[in-house]
Design a protein around this ligand. Structure first.
Ligand code: BGC
Length: 728
């Protein structure tokens, strides 16, 4: 007897299934609901409540007699997290759980290539299946509101459209492997400082235009099967017990039929959370049966404070996700089998990393390195050897391997050029004062290391300085204390540049740093992210020209922290545990553009080793109706000597609007790969309704008739064509 038949007999579901037309197709929603009802009708209240809370750090209880297994959740999101013990955060000590490690989210977004989000998602889904996971906790789609946000590296961008496009591709890909995603952190987890207590408020317009679109797209376009509630409060109510989030937005507006689960330890109440639409409670401290959604929920139901129908609704949501991912039901035998650490997955990790690297400056064409002219290269900096994959807290990955920049350079270049490595700077030891340890001043250079770096740089034909951040800065749980390059790196770079004119600075990091002190002193500047297990290979290949850089910044790099909106207005990190987003819709480049502030490097910026020309665009119409789509046709040409990729960006402005609007907003983009001399005609499409703003008075999206501006460029500031169109 097949396991499917056994399962059906034992659950008494055979009758239901005999009535279903065919099992070769995915279940129709009617079939799905019949099955769910049938499961529910056989469950006791205690069994139902058992499914609604954690029974270990990363599982929730099943109903073995109905063949409903334990549900296995896992971090993510850029690899499958190391196994930890059931009841503690300590490693379980497995020897076969080191996984493929992808670049972190800002790096993925910097590829501006949804096909790579798909490639990554498929690989992650396959690895999750191999490790018997049912839910992969990601993607993180919160907006980068401040350069200091500790989890900025785990989120995609300051722009809701770029975030949405990348997240949707990733979500569909993971779920195509029968693994549910969990879109996080719903809502407004834009700072780590006081994340468990801070109360975030913002206008309805900022919510609709900036902070909500990616969650909406994740559910409505990506079909995300679970959503994770954030730790913070939103408009006075914790996210996991906030009916506006759990009911109004998720269920009523987005039509979400999946599971709203809590962040680990994010639940504070039983009745409020249950009624607000939260389905699953994870990570609370204390005994599992004392969780808010365990014995206290049973009691609340028996006392009539929570109707049993609410419990049924939650269990139905979990069963629905289980059916759709083939954890239970007639298709369990057809579930994706998964695979782990395959050469294809490693190649995908390399591909994402190599397309993410952003070339910010290349004066005099120092890059790509020309080994026929170089006899020696000095590699300087802690990040040339420092492994990053395991850091950052919950998103840290026990990687199967991690190629550091120095390892890759030695392996790839060692036979062609002499490589001398010195540390250059280091993380200082804490200072002991009156018997107490306090963190050392992290902005002061270690003079001994600095001198050694200068001497090494003096003797080399070129210097590659690999610095930036580490996960003491870009991390869950706390924000960065400042936007400076830590450990005295600025001084080290400045001194090196005095003795060697050929310095390439490589910044490893996932969020903006202040580069004023270095940018004009060195000819070449490269942003290389936390780039996963293939970080070193990708970087070396970009530096030597094997890969032509094609990454573009997914966030603005401000000149100083005070330039950026939340800080300019003094509303970070808030007062008395409250933060109001006063900058409103003017986040990221929307602020810099509209206020005419010159950042150090703008959103969408990134150079190439070749040159591109974007020809005059043409529009399919002059005047558009509300239901029309603006189609912008243009040709991109590679006018240089090597193959490369340009990301054409289309922004729309609404100069006649009756409300303040950003100068321009990203509405479409395309990454175009071209051989030297090649040109390609592309069409970028913007539905007119996407040009709307959210009108608070009517609580509606409004497109005001009149003239709109269309800007085409290869960054938010390098606009090469501007055209107008009319909407009537
Ligand atoms: C994080 C989540 C993570 C969870 C489980 C929480 O601290 O905020 O993003 O998925 O832990 O590790």
């Amino acid at each position: 007897m097949t396991s499917v038949l056994k399962h059906l007999l034992c659950t008494g579901l055979l009758l239901v299934l005999l009535l279903l037309p065919s099992l070769a197709q995915p279940l129709s929603s009617g079939e799905e609901e019949k099955l769910i009802k049938s499961y529910l009708s056989q469950m006791t209240l205690a069994e139902k409540v058992g499914m609604l809370h954690g029974n270990s750090k990363f599982t929730s209880t099943g109903v073995p007699r109905l063949n409903i297994p334990e549900w296995h959740l896992s971090d993510g999101p850029h690899g499958i997290r190391e196994e930890i013990q059931r009841d503690s955060w300590n490693p379980a000590g497995w020897t076969d759980d080191a996984s493929t490690c992808f670049p972190t989210a800002t790096a993925l977004a910097a590829t501006w290539n949804p096909a790579l989000a798909q490639l990554e998602g498929e690989a992650l889904g396959e690895e999750a299946r191999h490790r018997k996971k049912d839910v992969l906790l990601g993607p993180g789609v919160n907006i980068l509101r401040t350069p200091l946000g500790g989890r900025g590296f785990e989120y995609l961008s300051e722009d809701p459209y770029l975030t949405s496009v990348m997240a949707v591709a990733w979500i569909k890909a993971v779920q195509s492997r029968d693994v549910a995603v969990s879109v996080k952190h719903f809502l407004a987890n834009n700072q780590e400082h006081e994340r468990n207590r801070v109360d975030v408020t913002m206008s309805e317009r900022a919510l609709r235009e900036i902070y909500l679109p990616a969650f909406r797209a994740a559910v409505m376009e990506g079909g995300a099967l679970t959503v994770m509630g954030a730790y913070n409060k939103f408009r006075g109510v914790w996210c996991c017990e906030n009916p506006f989030l759990g009911r109004t937005l998720l269920r009523n507006e987005f039509g979400f039929q999946g599971v709203y689960l809590s962040d680990w330890g994010g639940v504070h109440t039983t009745v409020e959370s249950a009624l607000a639409g939260l389905d699953l409670e994870m990570g609370t401290n204390g005994a599992y049966n004392s969780y808010f959604f365990a014995d206290p929920l049973l009691l609340a139901v028996t006392q009539g404070k929570v109707p049993e129908s609410v419990v049924n609704e939650k269990v139905s949501n979990i069963l629905r996700v289980m059916l759709r991912t083939k954890v239970i039901g007639p298709e369990v035998d057809k579930r994706f089998p998964g695979s782990f650490n395959t050469p294809e997955h490693q190649a995908a990790a390399y591909k994402v990393a190599s397309e993410s690297v952003v070339l910010l400056r290349n004066a005099g064409g120092l890059l790509p390195l020309n080994f026929s002219k170089l006899r020696s290269v000095a590699v300087i900096g802690r990040n040339a050897t420092h492994k990053q994959a395991a850091g950052g807290q919950s998103s840290g990955i026990k990687a199967l391997y991690e190629v550091t920049p120095l390892e890759a350079m030695q392996k790839k270049w060692g036979s062609r050029v002499r490589i001398d490595y010195v540390l250059g700077y280091d993380k200082p030891e804490p200072v002991v004062e009156n018997g107490r340890r306090r963190p050392a001043n992290d902005l002061v250079a270690n003079q001994k290391l600095l001198q050694e770096a200068v001497e090494t740089a003096r003797k080399a034909d070129a210097v590659i300085f690999v610095g930036g951040l580490d996960h003491d800065y870009d991390t869950e749980g706390s924000d960065k204390p400042h936007m400076e390059l830590p450990y005295g790196q600025v001084e080290v770079i400045q001194e090196i540049s005095k003795v060697n004119p050929n310095v390439v600075v490589v910044i490893v990091g996932g969020s903006p740093v202040d580069m004023n002190g270095i940018v004009h002193r060195v000819p070449a500047l490269v942003w290389a992210w936390f780039n996963g297990m293939e970080a070193g290979n990708a970087l070396a290949d970009v530096l030597d020209g094997k890969v032509n850089p094609s990454g573009k910044l997914p966030f603005t790099l401000p000149s100083s922290l005070s330039q950026s909106p939340a800080h300019a207005l003094g509303n970070y990190p808030g007062k008395n545990l409250k933060v109001h987003y006063e900058e409103d819709i003017f986040v990221g480049y929307r602020w810099f553009d509209t206020k005419q502030i010159q950042p150090l490097f703008p959103f969408g910026f990134g150079l190439s080793y070749t040159d591109f020309v974007i020809d005059q665009p043409s529009l399919n119409k002059k005047v558009y109706g509300m239901a029309d789509r603006v189609q912008v046709q243009l040709t991109v040409r590679n006018t240089g000597k090597i193959a490369g990729a340009e990301t054409v960006q289309l922004y729309v402005g609404d100069p006649q609007a009756s409300v303040p609007r950003p100068l321009k907003e990203l509405k479409a983009f395309a990454k175009v790969f071209l051989q030297p001399g090649e040109s390609r005609k592309i069409t970028l499409t913007v539905p007119v309704e996407h040009c709307a703003f959210f009108e608070e008075k009517s609580a509606k999206w409004v497109v005001e008739p009149g003239e709109f501006m269309l800007y085409v460029g290869n960054s938010s500031r390098n606009i090469v064509h501007a055209k107008s169109f009319n909407v009537k």
